[in-house]
Each structure stands twice: as structure tokens, then as C-alpha cells.
Design a protein around this ligand. Structure first.
Ligand SMILES: [Zn+2]
Length: 404
């Protein structure tokens, strides 16, 4: 019965949730990596809010390379069992508003219209903060206690790699293997997708050096563009053939190997370029070894170098090894599936995505973590919005997780 009361309570808090979101978004918190002011002001406001409902509030301030304070907040509400915690993690920082002329509204003075709240950071990741906060508040307003602790974690720096945010907290002995971790920072429109895995990712810069010459006299040079194209296609074909496993956890289920960016070479058509630069973007199933793939690429480069009398340099721009997936049978996945089924009457699907997420830090530590929220695809875009309905319904899911 108490669960039903809490779900009803969450609905009653709808207007308060909207006001909370509007007030919070007015306090800009653009990540300093993009020239913003940072999270400090927003964190001060949120710290006050946490103190109103939490049994314990802690603040961990990192200081970044520009000397800017980067706060991280942890609010704990004690459960019947204090040995375990349901962590809900949201990030305070946002990306900049971008080209203002593309916005119909002031990105930092939110407008509520047609069931939506428009503003930079309303969805990404304001929704996580509002829904987790009000799930806890609904429980407390009714004088109830969660089964295990609720941990509200509002971090800095997610948009620029989490160095001063979640990663700063990871070695502080806060999160335990037995805890439940939910990160509402990505999701689909009906909330049916639960992210439990990610692929490894690698970006590689390929620099091919030949010898520049006049286009009418190719024999006097080495066409770096031709060599690079031969190399790219060979690598493309070889990797797709050798690393062809499928894992239905992911969409798409196979590894992807794409040549992407191409740097400009010569300025005129009648010159054979002596230098060529292009890039690969790989998203690789976790079962494969990244160094083996790099070894294959080097071997092919050696053969092509000899055949064309050119030089091929491979530079790793970035390389991230996928953490082991959160097991399907882990408690956090199963509880979330049950919550979504019962509250929404839909069949959730757990799976993997091609890009890295903050959940990886937990998975690497052996702590099962899921990324889940109900969201339209408007993150980082002009006219970013969150739906008020999703605020209410996602808060219900978190209340359910805390009470069952
Ligand atoms: Zn985000």
C-alpha cells in the first residue's frame, strides 16, 4: 500500500518538480572545458536542497587545471538496511548553448510549454537530478524509510570526461560492490531501453608519406593519396573479415570499422600529393583485443610501405577498452526491468551501445551499473527540453527501486 501512496505522492509533487528544474537551470553550469563558469553556483544551490531532505550531505571539491573549483555532492538518506545503497547519479555540468539564433527560447530562463520544459541542461542532465531528488522526497514526505540507503550523487565534469567528477570520487571508497547504481544520463522515448554494456572504442590517425610531384609525371614521385586509399581499403576489408563476431546484446551487433575524417592535401588538381592524412573510428565488441587489431594494422602497413615505397605512420588518437558488461542477472538490472514492466506495462530491453558512458567506471570496479532514463533525442541540441511527464514517471521508477 505504501508504494501506491508514494506513486501518488510523486504525482502531487509535479509542480514542485517543474519549479525546481526552472530554478536550477537559471543557474548556469557550463563545463569550463567549453569556456563555461563551471558547476560551483549550481552546486551551492543543490547542496542547500540536499540538506533539506538528506540525513547526511558530503561535498568533494576537485580543483581543475584552470584553478576552478569543481564540486561533487553526495546526499544520503538512510534505509532500513544501512549497509547497502541505491545510488542515483546525475551530472550538474552542461554543454554550452551553441548558436543562440537556433533557439526559440532563452536557454537559461526555462519556458514551460506543451508539457515540456525548454532550456540547456533540462534533459542532460537536469532530469536525473530532479527525478532522483523527488523520488526520495516523496518517500520522506510520507514518513517512510527506503529499504536500503538512497544515495543522491550530483557530479561535475561529465561532459568533458569526468576527471573532476565521477572519476574524482571513484577512489574515495564511497561505492561498494553490493550497491545498486543507476545513471539516468541516456535513454529512449518510452524508457524501454536499459544500457548495460558498451563497445571498446579506438580512433586512429593514419599519416601516409610519399613524394610530391607533378600529376603528369607520376613516376617521379610517390602518390601518398593512392597509397593511403589502398591501405584504408585493405584494412577495412581485413578487419571486417577477421573480427566478424556478432553479439546480439549490441545494436548494431557487430564491430564497426569506419574510415572517417580526411584532412585536406594539395591545393591544386595537377599536383600528386606527397602526404595524406585520414582517420579511422572503430567500435569494437568487448571480446576482441585492441592491441591485436593494432598489430594487424601495422603488419598491413609494412607490406603496403614496401610495395609502394612509402611510409605509413599510425597514431592512436584515443583508445578505450570496454569494461565487462553489467550482468543481465544482476539485481539492479532485474529490479529495473520489474519496475518498468509494472509501472508502464511495457517490455524493457537491456543492451549495449557503441559509445563510452560513465557507467564504465563502475563496471571496471566490478560494481554493476545501468544507464537508464526516459528521454527524447534532444541532448546537446538547440531547444533542448525535458518532458514533465518523464520527470514524474521516472521519479516513480526510482521510488519503486528504493521501496521494493
Ligand atoms: Zn549527460
Amino acid at each position: 500500500m505504501s508504494l501506491q501512496n508514494v506513486l501518488k505522492k510523486v504525482e502531487d509533487l509535479r509542480d514542485e518538480m517543474v519549479d525546481f528544474m526552472v530554478e536550477m537551470i537559471k543557474i548556469k553550469a557550463v563545463n569550463p572545458a567549453f569556456g563555461g563558469e563551471g558547476e560551483e553556483k549550481r552546486a551551492e544551490w543543490l547542496e542547500e536542497k540536499l540538506r533539506e531532505i538528506c540525513d547526511d550531505v558530503k561535498r568533494y571539491d576537485a580543483v581543475d587545471d584552470k584553478g576552478i573549483k569543481r564540486p561533487n555532492l553526495i546526499g544520503i538518506i538512510y534505509g532500513e538496511n544501512r549497509d547497502r545503497t541505491l545510488w542515483i547519479i546525475g551530472h550538474m555540468d552542461t554543454v554550452p548553448e551553441g548558436d543562440l539564433s537556433l533557439w526559440d527560447y532563452d536557454p537559461y530562463d526555462p519556458v514551460v510549454k506543451d508539457g515540456k520544459i525548454y532550456g540547456r541542461g533540462t534533459l542532460d542532465d537536469g532530469q536525473a537530478i530532479v527525478t532522483s531528488y523527488f523520488a526520495a522526497k516523496a518517500i520522506l514526505d510520507l514518513g517512510l524509510k527506503p529499504k536500503i540507503n538512497i544515495g543522491l550523487v550530483y557530479v561535475s565534469d561529465e561532459e568533458a570526461g569526468s576527471k573532476y567528477g565521477l572519476n574524482y570520487l571513484m577512489d574515495k571508497d564511497i561505492f561498494k560492490k553490493d550497491d545498486l547504481v543507476v545513471i539516468p544520463d541516456a535513454g529512449n522515448e518510452d524508457g524501454s531501453f536499459i544500457e548495460i554494456a558498451e563497445k571498446s572504442a579506438m580512433w586512429i590517425k593514419v599519416v601516409t608519406l610519399g613524394k610530391q610531384t607533378h600529376a603528369s609525371m607520376p613516376a617521379t614521385g610517390v602518390n601518398a593519396h593512392r597509397v593511403a586509399m589502398k591501405y584504408a581499403l585493405w584494412v577495412d576489408e581485413y578487419l571486417h573479415r577477421k573480427y566478424d563476431k556478432k553479439n546480439e546484446l549490441f545494436s548494431p551487433p557487430e564491430s564497426t570499422f569506419e574510415m572517417t575524417k580526411k584532412e585536406a592535401n594539395v591545393g591544386n588538381i595537377n599536383t600528386i600529393p606527397g602526404k595524406d592524412v585520414f582517420y579511422f573510428d572503430f567500435r569494437i565488441l568487448p571480446e576482441y583485443d585492441l592491441d591485436e587489431i593494432l598489430g594487424d594494422m601495422r603488419k598491413i602497413a609494412d607490406i603496403v610501405e614496401k610495395e609502394f615505397n612509402a611510409k605509413i605512420e599510425l597514431e592512436i588518437v584515443s583508445k578505450s577498452r570496454a569494461a565487462p558488461p553489467t550482468p543481465m542477472e544482476s539485481e539492479v538490472v532485474q529490479k529495473l526491468i520489474k519496475a518498468i514492466k509494472e509501472l508502464r506495462g511495457i517490455e524493457p530491453k537491456a543492451g549495449g551501445i557503441g559509445g563510452g558512458t560513465v557507467a564504465a567506471a563502475f563496471r571496471a570496479e566490478g560494481i554493476p551499473a545501468v544507464v537508464w532514463m526516459t528521454a527524447d533525442d534532444v541532448e546537446h541540441q538547440p531547444n533542448e527540453f525535458c518532458r514533465i511527464k518523464n520527470l514524474v514517471e521516472d521519479a516513480k521508477v526510482f521510488a519503486y527501486l528504493a521501496l521494493t
